[in-house]
Structures are given as C-alpha cells and as structure tokens.
Design a protein around this ligand. Structure first.
Ligand SMILES: Nc1nc2c(ncn2[C@@H]2O[C@H](COP(=O)(O)OP(=O)(O)OP(=O)(O)O)[C@@H](O)[C@H]2O)c(=O)[nH]1
Ligand SMILES: [Mg+2]
Length: 336
C-alpha cells in the first residue's frame, strides 16, 4: 500500500522532556497497545531509541539535544503498516531562537506542514507557578500565528510532562493555556486534549499522546478511502447500465472501430478500482475503530468547559493509569 507521510511536530523548551518522551514511547510501543506497535524505518534509529529508553527506565535520562534528528516511523496494527510518519527531535532552544537560526526556521516550516502537534509543558515547573519558564505563551502564539489558515484536520496533544513528580495539582493548573483552549474550542478543524505523562522508573500514559494525534490521520484516511470506494462503485454501475441494450451495442461497435474503451470495459475498470479501495478501506477499518475507542476517554478540549473541570479530568486520567500500573489492566479499564 502507498502512504502519504504525515508529519508530527513537537514544541517545547529545552529540558521539558521531548527526547525522553520519544524514546520511552518507542520502547513502550514495541509491545502492542490496542493492537498498535511502532517501528522506525531505519534500524540504527531503532537501536538508538531502545538504548535511550532502557537507560530512562532506570532513571538515567538523556543529555540535551544539540542537533535536530529526524526519524521516520511506521504505525503498525496487528503487524501490518497502517501509516508512515516523520517526527523530528530538535533542540528546545530552537523555540526561543531568532528567525536567523536554521533550526528555528526548520521548526516553523515543520509547524506549517504539521498533521499533528505535541505541545510539551513541564508540569513540575507549572506547579511551581513558573509559567514564563514553561514557554507556554511562546508556544500558544506560534500555534495561533501558524494555524490561522489551517485547511485540514489537525490534532494537538498537550503533554504535561514529569507528572510522576507531582502528587497533586491546584484547581487552576491549566489556566496559562486559556488562550490555546479558546483557539481549539473555536476551531472546526482542531482537536486538542491535555494528557499527563511521566517517563522513567514510574511511567504514566506514555502511548496516549501519539495515538490521540494519529487517530485524526487514520480516520481521515479511512473516510477518504470510503469516498473513493463509493465514487468508483457508482461509476461502475452507471457504465454497466449504459453498456446494456441497443445503445450499449452501438457503443461496443464504435469502440471496436475507434479503439476507445467501451462502456462495458469502463464498467469493469471502475469495478476493479472500487474493489481495490474496498480492500484498503476494510484494512484500515479495524485500526480506525480501535483508535477511536481508545481516545474517547481522553479529556479533550470543548467549548464551555471550566479550567477546574480540565484539572479534575487530568487528575482522573492520571490516577486511573497509576492504578492500572499496579493491577496491570487496560489503562482505561476504569472507565468501562
Ligand atoms: N521525573 C521525570 N523527569 C524527566 C521526565 N522527562 C524528562 N525528565 C528530566 O528532564 C531532563 C530533560 O529531558 P530531555 O528529554 O533531554 O528534554 P528535551 O526536551 O529533549 O531537551 P532539549 O533536547 O534540550 O530540547 C531529563 O534529563 C530528566 O532529568 C519525566 O517524565 N519524569
Ligand atoms: Mg532533546
């Protein structure tokens, strides 16, 4: 199957936990989560990420990133590739560098072409009231500025990193995100959600931010394939109808003389195309439904929801995951 490569972009200051998250996620998704696994397209990248993740699991975190590193991944469902996506790990300083910096420019370009965005916010800093250090304002203005003319559906995961260091959070915890909440809840194209995560000895919600983002891409693909299937099926029926009777006979004779396709042949070709799209559609149906079930439980941004309510939902998914770790159940079993 051919794949359009989708692009994921991370935004987050230096030290927020981008490299840590990427490696930890890769390692977690070597085992199936709802049928999904991840694979790098390059074997050396696989080794590098697994090695980083093994260290992180023992509490040995990576060094800061100096040079941007691009990775290509396949999202797999039950062992079959469903989606290919590129994801770049850049140094967090690019966020605050001026437009003259090559890395800052690449980041801006990436952002314009993004199919999914991960916003990283250090929840430990946020909890201490260090909003400026968290670069939330800078990230919100980048999003607002670059997504003004967005013409395709997009998901944004807001990762509250290092949640393993927090016991509790104040009710107004996500207030600094108010501007972004407004942008997302007013947009018909953007879906966003807050997800507390933790990497290291204690792991919290690691697969959720990626699967939340990829759900949009997979379901777009699913609906697009469904449209093509219906289109070619209708075409096949129309050509088949026109190949019948007296008119059909004339058309057949003319086609023999001119060498053009007859309606009968057109019907066969359109039917073959419809069959092909049907196969693709059936192939993507199960992963699409599986992802939809998974993300249904995430605190997504909606209009008319108070800041206190988001905080309540963030704590609920944090606690449910912790108990899952103890009982080793499905992360969302508590909601079923
Ligand atoms: N407790 C805890 N600490 C974390 C977690 N993630 C990252 N850290 C800490 O934050 C530091 C920075 O993490 P990185 O993953 O290197 O951050 P980064 O965003 O890639 O930073 P740059 O590459 O400089 O942009 C690590 O060395 C850890 O000390 C986490 O989930 N839990
Ligand atoms: Mg890094």
């Amino acid at each position: 199957m051919s794949f359009k490569i989708m692009k994921i972009v991370m935004l987050g200051h230096s030290g927020v936990g981008k490299t840590t998250y990427m490696a930890s996620l890769y390692a977690v998704l070597q085992q199936s989560v709802q049928g999904f696994t991840l694979k790098t397209t390059v074997n050396d990248d696989h080794k590098r990420l697994i090695e980083l993740a093994e260290n992180i699991r023992q509490g040995n975190y990576p060094l800061g990133t100096d040079q941007r590193k691009d990775y290509d991944f396949y999202l797999r469902y039950q062992g079959e590739n469903v989606l290919k996506f590129s994801w770049s790990d850049y140094r967090g300083r690019a966020l605050t560098e001026t437009q003259d910096s090559e890395q800052a420019n690449l980041l801006l370009q990436d952002l314009k072409q993004a199919d999914g965005i991960m916003i990283f916010c250090d929840s430990f800093l946020l909890n201490q009231g260090k909003v400026r250090n968290s670069q939330i304002g800078r990230m919100i203005s980048l999003i607002n500025h670059n997504l003004k003319e967005l013409d395709h559906p997009l998901s944004i995961s807001i990762l509250l990193t290092k949640f393993d260091l927090l016991e509790n959070i104040p009710t107004q915890f996500v207030k600094p995100f108010e501007g972004l909440i407004t942008t997302i809840s007013c947009s018909n194209n953007i879906l966003g959600g807050f997800i507390p995560v933790g990497c290291g000895v204690k792991q919290i919600n690691i697969p959720i931010p990626l699967l939340f983002i990829l759900n949009t891409a997979v379901s777009n693909h699913y609906h697009f394939t469904q449209k093509l299937l219906v289109k070619h099926k209708l075409e096949a029926e129309e050509f088949a109808k026109n190949s019948q009777g007296f008119g059909g006979n004339i058309n057949w004779i003319v086609s023999k003389i001119t060498g053009e396709e007859s309606n009968h042949e057109k019907a066969i070709n359109a039917k073959a195309k419809a069959e092909l799209h049907k196969k693709e559609w059936e192939f993507i149906k199960a992963p699409c439904e599986s992802l939809e079930r998974y993300i249904k439980k995430i605190p997504v941004i909606k209009s008319n929801m108070t800041i206190d309510k988001y905080t309540e939902e963030i704590l609920a998914i944090k606690n449910s995951i912790i108990s899952q770790r103890i009982e080793n159940l499905d992360p969302f079993a508590v909601f079923d």
